[in-house]
Design a protein around this ligand. Structure first.
Ligand code: FE
Ligand code: FE
Ligand code: ZN
Length: 285
């Protein structure tokens, strides 16, 4: 069984994300470690770190996962933008380390016309620089599987492997599997045979040892659409079957399974999606 959770807002302070997660019954969670629309943030204050750790100590929510800002493009062929992305990622990694967060989910970037091979080379160069600057950190950066919209890298498991193989200290990297993205990228997840074939392709390219986080999102667009739009569990093109498969897959036992579905201020959608997932976990596969 997965440890089910959701991405929660840090509005009002980092510790508020944990409180929101606890209020809807999360066993794991994801959050930003700074405003997701800004390049930089002032250093964390001791009081913020203490408030976060105190809130975490009051819950059984483990692990807490961070997601890097969308502005970051470690594969950019524009050297100014790439350098800015590396600096921003190092700052986010440092925040995670200070907060005791073990995983930072990262989009592998977009080549913006320079070509897939050049994008892979630059993404690996950037990650090598981040690893050199974060020597000794407990944090693991997780490359996320992507829908492959536009020139975004990571639309195949092999592209992620190529980045990992070209990165210095690549053994420090892990992977985050996003159900919406994988499906939109063209991997079947709905039929038992399709699900098994996709998981075997994942195992062959990356291996389950690298898999640290699963994002549980239904998809607003069909198989192979390369469009990244999340839908509530069971209400999109994926339907309920893929989630039933995942929740009964012993290879994934104990991994965090985190919702990134739309929500309103009272978070009732999170409660509903978590209830749906817990019902599917009880049903026969
Ligand atoms: Fe993501
Ligand atoms: Fe995701
Ligand atoms: Zn997405």
């Amino acid at each position: 069984m997965l440890r089910l959770g959701a991405h929660e807002s840090i509005a009002g302070g980092l510790h508020r994300a944990l409180e929101r997660a606890a209020s809807v019954g999360c066993e794991s969670m994801q959050m930003w470690v700074k405003s997701s629309r800004q390049w930089t943030a002032p250093p964390l204050e001791e009081a913020e770190i203490a408030a976060f750790k105190a809130a975490e100590a009051e819950t059984d929510i483990r692990p807490v996962v961070a997601h890097a800002a969308y502005l970051i493009n470690i594969a950019s062929p524009k050297s100014g933008l790439r350098k800015r992305s590396v600096a921003s990622l190092i700052a986010e990694a440092t925040r995670c380390e200070q907060l005791g967060i073990p995983y930072l989910v990262l989009h592998p970037g977009a080549h913006t016309g320079a070509g897939v091979d050049e994008g892979i080379r630059l993404a690996a160069l950037s990650l090598s620089e981040v690893h050199a600057a974060t020597e000794g950190f407990h944090l693991t950066i997780l490359l996320e599987t992507m829908a492959g919209q536009g020139t975004v890298l990571g639309r195949t498991f092999e592209e992620l492997r190529a980045i990992i193989e070209a990165t210095a200290q690549g053994e420090r990297l892990g992977v985050c599997f996003d159900t919406c993205h994988v499906f939109a990228a063209g991997y079947e997840l709905r039929t038992p045979e399709g699900y098994e074939a996709t998981m075997e392709a994942f195992a062959a390219a990356l291996g389950f040892e690298r898999l640290k986080v699963i994002h549980l999102n239904d998809s607003r667009h069909p198989l192979g659409s390369h469009k990244d739009r999340h839908e509530h569990i069971g209400h999109g093109y994926l339907g309920e079957a893929p989630f039933r498969h995942l929740l009964h897959d012993a290879r994934l036992d104990g991994l965090p399974g985190i919702l990134e579905t739309p929500k309103s201020a009272d978070l009732h959608e999170d409660r509903e999606n978590l209830a749906t997932l817990r019902r599917l976990a009880k049903e026969a596969r």
